[in-house]
Design a protein around this ligand. Structure first.
Ligand code: G3H
Ligand code: 13P
Ligand code: ZN
Length: 316
C-alpha cells in the first residue's frame, strides 16, 4: 500500500524543511503498540509539530504488519499534519523494501557495522528502490556504542569520519545521514553527566555536506525523575546517565541535526507511570487504568521535548 493512502509524509520533506528553516529538529519517537502510537500522534497534534513515528524491526515483529498499519489507518492522519512513518535500524535491503511496500514513508538502512564499500553499495540499492516510490532513506556512517537493553557503558564508539561523508552521500544518494558524535543507545550512555558530544566533528561533517540533513541517534536524556520513580516503586535501575538537555537543545537549534531519535526516555516515562499507579492502587487489576497513565506520561514527555528542547512546535 502506498504511504500517501495513510496521509503520511516522506521523511525527506520534514527534514529538508528543518534544514532550510533552521532553529529546530524533528523528533523521531519510537513506538511499539497502540498506546505509544496514540501518545506520539497526540503530542504532535497538540503542539503542531512535525513528527516521525519510528518503528524498529523488532517492534514491527511485535505488532505485526497488519495490526500496525491498521492502527496508523485508524489514526486518520492528514497530509498537512506532517507525520512520517519510519523504519528504524533496518538491517537488510529486504526489510526496507518490505516496510516501503506496506506503507512506510521513510526507511533507515543501518549498514554502519559493515565496511564502507558494502555500506555504500547497499544503501545505493535501497535508495534507488525507495526514490522510485518517493520514500526517503536514512543511512549511517560511524558506529554508536552500546546496545539497547544492554547495560554497557558504551566504551566502543567510532566517530563518523568527516572526510568520508561527501563521497558516501554522493555515491549512495542517501537523503539523510546518521552520525556518531558520542551518543549511544539505551539508558547507560556515559560514565558521568559532564561528558560532551563531539560538536567539533559535527561541524566538520556539516561543512562537507551542507545540504544533507543529519540525524542523532541514541539521544535520550534519561531523566532522573523517571529513574527515581521507577526505583521508588520497586524498580532497580542504577547509574543510568543520558545526554544533557542543553546539548540536545544546541544540536536541535544550532546545527544541521534535523532528526533526533528518542526511545529509552519514553520507555522510562511509561514504566515510571505504571509502577506508581500499581503501587498507589494495589487492588487494581484493570490494565486500561495503568496503560492510560503510561500513555499520558509518554505524551507529556514528547510535548516537553518538542516545546522546550527541539523547538519543533508550530513548525508544520
Ligand atoms: O535504536 C533502537 C531502538 O531503540 C529500538 O530498539 O529493537 O528494542 O525496539 P528495539
Ligand atoms: P535512545 O536509546 O537514546 O532513546 O535512542 C533511540 C534511538 O536511537 C532509536 O533509533
Ligand atoms: Zn538508533
Amino acid at each position: 500500500m502506498e504511504y500517501r493512502y495513510f496521509g503520511l509524509n516522506s521523511g525527506q520533506k520534514l527534514l529538508q524543511n528543518a534544514l532550510r528553516h533552521g532553529g529546530f529538529a524533528v523528533p523521531a519517537f519510537n513506538a511499539y503498540n497502540m498506546e505509544t502510537i496514540q501518545a506520539i500522534i497526540s503530542a504532535a497534534r497538540l503542539t503542531h509539530s512535525p513528527v516521525i513515528i519510528a518503528i524498529s524491526e523488532s517492534a514491527l515483529k511485535y505488532m505485526g504488519d497488519d495490526m500496525l498499519m491498521g492502527m496508523i489507518s485508524g489514526a486518520k492522519i492528514q497530509p498537512n499534519e506532517q507525520i512520517c512513518l519510519h523504519l528504524d535500524h533496518g538491517k537488510s535491503v529486504e526489510s526496507c523494501m518490505h516496510a516501503i511496500n506496506i506503507g512506510f514513508s521513510s526507511v533507515m538502512l543501518d549498514f554502519s557495522k559493515h565496511d564502507i564499500d558494502d555500506n555504500i553499495t547497499t544503501v545505493a540499492e535501497i535508495a534507488r528502490y525507495a526514490h522510485a516510490r518517493n520514500v526517503s532513506v536514512e543511512s549511517e556512517l560511524g558506529e554508536l556504542s552500546g546496545i539497547e537493553d544492554e547495560n554497557t557503558f558504551g566504551t566502543k564508539s567510532v566517530y563518523t569520519d568527516p572526510d568520508s561523508v561527501y563521497e558516501f552521500v554522493r555515491q549512495t544518494e542517501t537523503d539523510s545521514l546518521a552520525i556518531a558524535i558520542g551518543t549511544s543507545h539505551g539508558a547507560y550512555k556515559r560514565k558521568n553527566a559532564d561528558e560532551k558530544l563531539r560538536f567539533d566533528i559535527l561541524e566538520q561533517i556539516q561543512n562537507n555536506i551542507p545540504y544533507t540533513p543529519l540525524v542523532l541517534h541514541g539521544a535520550s536524556s534519561i531523566p532522573a525523575d523517571f529513574i527515581k520513580t521507577i526505583n521508588q516503586y520497586g524498580g532497580n535501575i542504577q547509574n543510568a546517565i543520558g545526554i544533557s538537555l542543553e546539548q540536545l537543545n544546541f544540536a536541535a537549534t544550532k546545527t544541521h541535526i534535523c532528526k533526533i531519535n528518542i526511545d529509552s526516555d519514553l520507555r522510562l516515562a511509561f514504566t515510571a507511570a505504571v509502577r506508581k499507579n500499581l503501587h498507589d492502587d494495589p487492588s487494581n487489576f484493570n490494565p486500561r487504568q495503568y496503560f492510560d497513565m503510561g500513555r499520558d506520561a509518554i505524551r507529556d514527555y514528547c510535548i516537553f521535548l518538542i516545546r522546550e528542547v527541539f523547538h519543533s512546535n508550530n513548525k508544520i
